[in-house]
Design a protein around this ligand. Structure first.
Ligand code: G1P
Length: 297
C-alpha cells in the first residue's frame, strides 16, 4: 500500500476575473452554489476522501475565507437561542476541527505551480492531494475519493482527467496516454500517461482529455517547482513541473465518473447552481417548478 494521502492543497488566491464584478470584493470561492459557497463543496469532497489537513493558499482580499471556516459566535448563539438546532448543527459540521486547516499566502500571482509551492512547508515530505475548488465536481463517489482509490492501486502520481470538446482543449492542461486512444481502457481505469501540455494552441492538443482539477502528487514536485521556471502565459505552471517529474516517476490519468462545473466562469457557475438546485434534497422540487416556470415565460 503506498503512503496514505493525508493532506490537500487548495489554491484560492486567484482574482476571479471571469466572474467579475461578483468577485470584486467577495472571494470567488465564496460565491454561492445554491445555499453554500463553492469552497464548502471542495472541503466536503476532501473530507470524504479521508483528508485530515487542508492547506489553503490564499492572497490579498481573501480574509473572509478564513472567517468562513471559523466559529461565528454571535450567529451560533442566535441560532441556539431561537431553537434552530438543525441549521446550527449543519453550520458546525462544516467547520474543520482545531488545527486541521492552515492558510498560507501566495504573495504574488505567479501561477498555479507557484501557489502549490507556497504550501511546501505545510505539506512536508509526503504525497498530497491538490483540489482546484473552482472546478466543482458532482459525483456519486466524490472525485478525490476516486483519485485516492486509484492511487491505492497504482501509487505514484494521479491526474484526474475528463474529455471535453476539441474546441475547448486550448483552455486547459491536456494529457496524452500511453498507447493513444486505441488502447485507452476508458473511464475509471488509471492509465499511464506519456505527455502533458498546458493550454496547447488550438489544433495541437495531444488528446481531448483535460486536467480537471484534482491531483495526487509526490513531494518531489516541490523541488522542481522551486526552480520557478515559467511556462504558458508567463506563469509558473504546475503542468510543466509535472512533465519534468514524469521523467522520474509514474503518472496515471484517471477519467473520473461525474460531472464538472467550472465555477470560475459565469455560465459554469450558473449551470452549477441549476444542477445542484435540481438535486438538492429540500429545495429540488421547488427549484424545478421555478425553473420550468421561467422557461415558459
Ligand atoms: C489550471 C491548470 C490546468 C487545468 C485547469 C482546470 O488552469 O493549469 O492544467 O486544466 O486549471 O481548471 P487555470 O484554470 O488556472 O488557467
Amino acid at each position: 500500500m503506498p503512503k496514505p494521502i493525508r493532506k490537500a492543497v487548495m489554491p484560492v488566491a486567484g482574482l476571479g476575473t471571469r466572474v467579475l464584478p461578483g468577485a470584486k470584493t467577495v472571494a470567488k470561492e465564496l460565491l454561492n452554489v445554491v445555499d453554500r459557497p463553492i469552497i464548502a463543496y471542495a472541503v466536503a469532497e476532501a473530507r470524504a476522501a479521508g483528508i485530515e489537513h487542508i492547506v489553503m493558499v490564499t492572497g490579498r482580499g481573501k480574509q473572509a475565507l478564513e472567517d468562513y471556516f471559523d466559529h461565528h459566535i454571535e450567529l451560533e448563539a442566535q441560532l441556539a437561542a431561537k431553537g434552530k438546532t438543525e441549521l446550527l448543527e449543519e453550520i458546525l459540521a462544516g467547520l474543520p476541527k482545531a488545527g486541521e486547516m492552515s492558510f498560507v499566502r501566495q504573495m504574488r500571482p505567479l501561477g498555479l505551480g507557484h501557489a502549490v509551492w507556497c504550501a511546501r512547508d505545510l505539506i512536508g515530505d509526503e504525497p498530497f492531494a491538490v483540489i482546484l475548488p473552482d472546478m466543482l465536481m458532482a459525483a456519486k463517489t466524490p472525485a478525490l475519493a476516486q483519485a485516492v482509490a486509484a492511487y491505492d492501486q497504482v501509487g505514484g502520481n494521479i491526474i484526474v482527467v475528463e474529455p471535453v470538446a476539441e474546441d475547448d482543449t486550448h483552455r486547459y492542461g491536456v494529457v496524452a496516454l500511453e498507447g493513444g486512444r486505441d488502447h485507452y481502457p476508458g473511464r475509471g481505469v488509471p492509465t499511464r500517461m506519456s505527455a502533458m501540455v498546458e493550454k496547447p494552441p488550438r489544433g495541437t492538443a495531444p488528446s481531448n482529455l483535460i486536467v480537471s482539477g484534482r491531483y495526487i502528487l509526490q513531494p518531489e514536485i516541490f523541488d522542481i517547482l522551486a526552480a520557478h521556471e515559467t511556462g504558458a502565459g508567463g506563469e509558473i505552471q504546475l503542468t510543466d513541473a509535472m512533465v519534468r517529474l514524469m521523467g522520474r516517476q509514474d503518472f496515471h490519468a484517471l477519467e473520473y465518473d461525474g460531472v464538472t462545473y467550472d465555477c470560475g466562469d459565469k455560465i459554469g457557475l450558473l449551470r452549477a447552481n441549476v444542477a445542484f438546485a435540481l438535486r438538492h434534497p429540500d429545495l429540488g422540487p421547488d427549484a424545478r417548478a421555478a425553473i420550468e416556470a421561467l422557461l415558459r415565460d
